[in-house]
Design a protein around this ligand. Structure first.
Ligand code: DQA
Length: 143
């Protein structure tokens, strides 16, 4: 099973970025833990601060079994990313480290959520693990 994990803007700063909100793990730590916990999965990891690069990464992941996407602040604004998700048949799970609904009002809106399979938010690095867990256990039956 191939799963592509895509992270958007400022997530390259995990570990030093607002650790009281996002935790102390780096993005590399999160990726390493995913590969260790789910050794049966062929992961590809991608991060960019640029909206268009994230669109291209989604298009390139169209043959994967699943995509785990933390679009960062583009979650709340990017119709281009929403259209890219809608354009591919690979299911995308939207993830967030923080509980965006417990934060500022502008984070309560996700413009990508309507075209995602589901959303997992508020569990720190475990948000990514829960998304992978769903792909492994359920996606073949229900997508
Ligand atoms: C985030 C939440 C977003 O609102 C924020 O812009 C991020 C990180 C999260 O993982 O909690 O960059 O996606």
């Amino acid at each position: 099973m191939k799963i592509v994990v895509i992270n958007g803007p400022n997530l390259n700063l995990l570990g030093i970025r607002e650790p009281h909100i996002y935790g102390t793990l780096t993005l590399k730590d999160i990726e390493t833990q995913l590969q260790q916990k789910f050794s049966q999965v062929a992961f590809e990891f991608f991060q960019s601060n640029c909206e268009g690069d994230l669109v291209t990464a989604l298009q390139n992941a169209a043959t994967a079994h699943g995509i785990v996407l933390n679009a960062g602040a583009y979650t709340h604004t990017s119709y281009a990313i929403r259209d890219a998700i809608a354009a591919i048949t690979t299911p995308v799970i939207e993830v967030h480290l923080s509980n965006t609904h417990a934060r500022e009002g502008f984070r309560h809106i996700s413009v990508i959520a309507p075209v995602c399979k589901g959303i997992i938010a508020g569990f720190g690095a475990a948000s990514y693990e829960l998304a992978v867990w769903w792909f492994i256990n359920y996606s073949k039956q229900s997508v």
